[in-house]
Design a binder for this molecule. Structure first.
Ligand code: NAG
Ligand code: NAG
Ligand code: NAG
Ligand code: NAG
Ligand code: NAG
Length: 149
């Protein structure tokens, strides 16, 4: 018990020194389904055992019809918000799965993905799917480590 408090105190001190507000962190068993001011329905994730599994995340409806590059940028940005809410970031993503409505979009998607994601890139699976919900061209899900776990 004493050990537990010692660890908690140490974590709090390290967080304070690192400038990370402790109260912003999620409890490890907390389900993350609310994207700050954004929609509850569109995206979410669950944190457990030091890992975050996000839901498949689609672009903001405002970019639909603006091309795969804009849709990809939107998805990566929204995932960044989810990951941050879960206490992690793109820096700690281990694996992504990219679902494309049309595999012809692969290289245009890859260009934006390569530009926006930090190196080393997570392992990735990219597949073409028959249909995505809405009229989206892309959906991405991510599995990330929680660095402070
Ligand atoms: C998280 O764990 C605490 C303590 O074990 C428990 O009281 C709480 O209900 C759990 N919350 C969820 C969302 O599982
Ligand atoms: C979609 O994008 C618009 C314009 O950038 C923004 O105002 C809006 O909050 C976004 N909506 C969601 C659900 O992300
Ligand atoms: C979409 O993305 C391209 C660059 O990838 C940009 O030039 C363009 O302005 C964006 N918006 C629309 C509406 O196409
Ligand atoms: C996929 O994209 C290519 C190139 O833009 C296009 O020629 C083809 O018709 C598309 N396929 C479908 C099923 O929309
Ligand atoms: C879906 O997107 C395709 C290609 O951008 C467009 O031709 C079609 O009209 C759209 N369908 C709906 C229901 O918005």
């Amino acid at each position: 018990m004493l050990f537990k408090y010692a660890i908690a105190t140490l974590v709090a001190i390290v967080s304070f020194v690192a400038g990370v507000p402790v109260e912003k962190r999620h409890k490890l068993n907390e389900t993350v389904t609310y994207l700050g001011s954004q929609s509850r329905i569109l995206s979410g994730g669950a944190a457990a055992k030091g890992l975050v599994y996000t839901a498949g995340t689609v672009p903001n409806a405002t970019v639909i019809g603006q091309g795969i590059a804009n849709e990809t940028r939107s998805v990566i940005g929204r995932l960044a918000v989810i990951l941050e809410e879960a206490g992690t970031s793109w820096d700690y993503v281990l694996k992504t799965t990219v679902y494309l409505a049309n595999m012809s979009d692969y290289s245009a998607m890859n260009e934006v993905y390569a530009e926006l994601l930090p190196n080393p890139k997570p392992a990735r699976t990219a597949v073409e799917v028959g249909k995505l919900p809405g009229n989206f061209s892309i959906e991405i899900e991510a599995i990330a480590a929680i660095p402070w776990y």
